[in-house]
Design a protein around this ligand. Structure first.
Ligand code: SF4
Ligand code: SF4
Length: 363
């Protein structure tokens, strides 16, 4: 009778799937091969105010810095695609309502993925090698995770800078367990966009300055989440260019044919959309108090923008709203919001809204 043996790699991958990871692969724990490109990108200022991306650069770009004797990276991906009222690839067409990026509609992925990667490490210690050591990488930097995921066979780089899996699309969270176990690496993923450039053409701010190159300072995701100050006036209209993108932006993923064809809704309970991220009128969001914000966005990625960032974005989007209550809501925020950043954006939006009304009503 033929004997089948399960390799350590197969055992690890099977358990990772049991933990709810959709994709899993293995890469060698070598320093990033894109170090120079990453440094150039930072030097050109494309990271904007995201100074944290330049901190601990060695650690970000070399797994050995995180774990001495690191040998392998177990790289995982978790689908976060949430199909609400919209179909795959299409944004919700709900005038005067907010659109939150899909990744932010449920619970914070850092907590979910980190916890499960440590569970995977526990499993490895129990079943494979009691002396195995490991450290978890979640959000080590935009490049590193995508690079190791590509080397581990999970997907390839699209022109929108996202990691694309040819049969699953790009709506994935990525994470990695760095370990000192010597594991057989997978083959790097192969694939390409061909002549497609839909993402570049669809980006409302021109943030994709060339294939595979993002100037984060123009990206709505950066402007609505990472930027802590005023949104540059010339970029404010873009938040409403395709729905009201008040926290992140999925446009360059929505238009991607790989997502339109292959995205399937996640079954992970933690990533199911909350009522507030799925169904909120802008005028109601503009009235959120600090305690309400904390309660509604507990354990949510939206906390990152804080109340002042979120309401700044909401006020900005209301400049282009035709909600009959927009003007009153903006006036109230411009006069009474406790935060000066929100007041300034509300005043600008009120002014813009009134000018639009005057123009459209003039003969
Ligand atoms: S997330 Fe939006 S703004 Fe940023 S590059 Fe993609 S389409 Fe452009
Ligand atoms: S939209 Fe087209 S060019 Fe952009 S990432 Fe997808 S396949 Fe590539």
């Amino acid at each position: 009778m033929m004997q089948t043996t399960t390799t350590r790699e197969e055992q690890i991958k099977a358990y990772a799937k049991e933990l709810g990871f959709d994709l899993v692969g293995i890469a060698e724990a070598i320093p990033s091969i894109f170090q120079q490109q990453y440094r150039d990108w930072l030097e050109k200022g494309y990271a904007g105010q995201m100074e944290y991306l330049a901190r601990n650069l060695e650690r970000r770009l070399n797994p050995q810095e995180l774990l001495p004797n690191a040998r392998s990276l177990i790289v995982v991906a978790m689908n976060y695609y949430a199909d609400t009222e919209e179909g795959p690839g299409t944004p919700p067409v709900r005038p005067n309502h907010a659109i939150f990026a899909r990744y932010a509609r449920g619970d914070d992925y850092h907590d979910v993925i980190t916890k499960r990667l440590y569970q995977l490490l526990e499993y490895i210690k129990k079943r494979i090698d009691p002396n195995a050591a490991g450290r978890v990488y979640v959000d080590a930097g935009p490049l590193l995770e995508r690079e190791v995921a590509q080397r581990a066979g999970l997907g390839w780089f699209g022109k929108n800078t996202m990691l694309i899996n040819s049969r699953r699309g790009s709506y994935f969270f990525l994470g990695a367990l760095v370990t000192d176990l010597d594991l057989e690496p997978d083959r790097p993923a192969q694939g390409h966009c061909g002549r497609c450039k839909r993402c570049i053409e669809a980006c409302p701010t021109g943030a994709l300055i060339a294939p595979y190159q993002l100037d984060a300072r123009r990206c709505i995701s950066y402007l609505t989440i990472e930027l802590k100050e005023a949104i540059p006036v010339e970029l404010r209209p873009a938040l409403s260019a395709n729905g009201n993108r008040i926290f992140g932006c999925d446009i360059c993923q929505e238009v991607c044919p790989f997502n339109q064809k292959f995205s399937v809704p996640t079954t992970e309970p933690a990533f199911q959309p909350r009522e507030i991220t799925r169904n909120s009128r802008l005028v109601n969001l503009l009235q959120l108090s600090e305690p309400e914000f904390r309660e509604k966005f507990r354990k949510s990625p939206v906390k990152r923008a804080k109340r002042r960032g979120l309401l700044r974005n909401v006020a900005t989007a209301l400049a282009y709203s035709d909600d009959p209550e927009a003007e009153a809501a903006l006036q109230n925020a411009a006069e009474h919001d406790p935060d000066p950043l929100v007041r300034e954006h509300a005043a600008w939006a009120l002014d813009t809204l009134r000018k639009r009304k005057t123009t459209s009503s003039s003969p």
